[in-house]
Design a protein around this ligand. Structure first.
Ligand code: ADP
Ligand code: MG
Length: 250
């Protein structure tokens, strides 16, 4: 069976810094995969390559049978893959609701909106309904009229997830969704991700928190010095020689 996401021999260097050398990862539909690795091992870079924010130097990425490694980021979103960022930055003058709605415009193009056509108005109404629904799912309804920049770090992460979900993706890649997040909100994020997965969403999650990984991930892949050095269940990480080597150095 073909992998849902099939990453082959991805290489990426910045100047003389060979961050990704030959990365192979296959992900099956419905998995929740933890992408692990020491600081600076290239986890964010790999997400950037997969989602078209950084061009790879070599290698291929197939998503649901379609080659996507030459596509622009907004085209990749249209294939059904969305992502969140490690450090979400929020516009200071837009409300939470407006930020969520703007994500729909970003995903679907601005021309209709600019032209102010009837179709665009329908689209705007649909976007408003969808944003309201997702803000509710991710517990942001009480703050939907506040400036997005006034949110806590954790709430910004939740809003980042809302923005990604506005594209109605089938796969979601999250870069450190709970880093620096208050434990209460962390529980909410875990619950939201598990709900999404139960509804059929495939998830790839960069995360350091072992509690989170054990609770959420069905499998972990570990990045070290440009290669994937392990693929195992979360409970097998601690006894995996190559994982220990990656984190302890050698
Ligand atoms: P991780 O997310 O695993 O902590 P990153 O992917 O952010 O690691 O970074 C991996 C390496 O790539 C680091 O050495 C970092 O300095 C370098 N790097 C990442 N992005 C860039 C960039 N845009 N330009 C130059 N170097 C970069
Ligand atoms: Mg990172």
């Amino acid at each position: 069976m073909n992998a849902f996401l099939d990453i082959r021999q991805i290489a990426k260097a910045f100047g003389g810094n060979q961050v990704l050398e030959a990365v192979d990862v296959q992900i099956t539909r419905g998995e929740i995969v933890g992408l692990l690795g020491p600081n600076g091992s290239g986890k964010s870079t790999l997400l950037n390559v997969i989602t078209g924010f950084t061009p790879a130097d070599a290698g291929t990425v197939f998503f649901d049978g379609q080659r996507i490694d030459r596509l622009a980021a907004h085209r990749i979103v249209q294939t059904g893959m969305a992502r969140t960022f490690q450090l979400p930055s929020m516009p200071t003058r837009m409300s939470v609701m407006e930020v969520a709605m703007a994500a729909a415009t970003a995903h679907h193009g601005v021309f209709g909106t600019l032209l102010g056509t009837a179709a665009a108005r329908t689209t705007e109404r649909a976007a408003r309904d969808k944003a309201a629904h997702l803000l509710n799912e991710l517990l942001l309804t009480p703050v939907r009229d506040l400036p997005a920049s006034a949110l806590s770090g954790g709430q910004k992460k939740l809003l980042g997830i809302v923005c990604a979900l506005m594209a109605e993706p089938r796969m979601l890649l999250l870069d450190e969704p709970t880093a620096g997040v208050h434990p209460n909100l962390r529980r909410d994020i875990v619950a939201a991700l598990q709900r999404l997965n139960a509804q059929g969403m495939t998830l790839v999650i960069v995360e350091h928190d072992m509690h989170f990984i054990r609770e959420v991930c069905t499998r972990c892949v570990v990045l070290d010095r440009g290669h994937i050095v392990a693929s195992c269940r979360p409970d097998q990480l601690a006894s995996n020689e190559r994982v220990l080597q990656a984190y302890l150095g050698s």
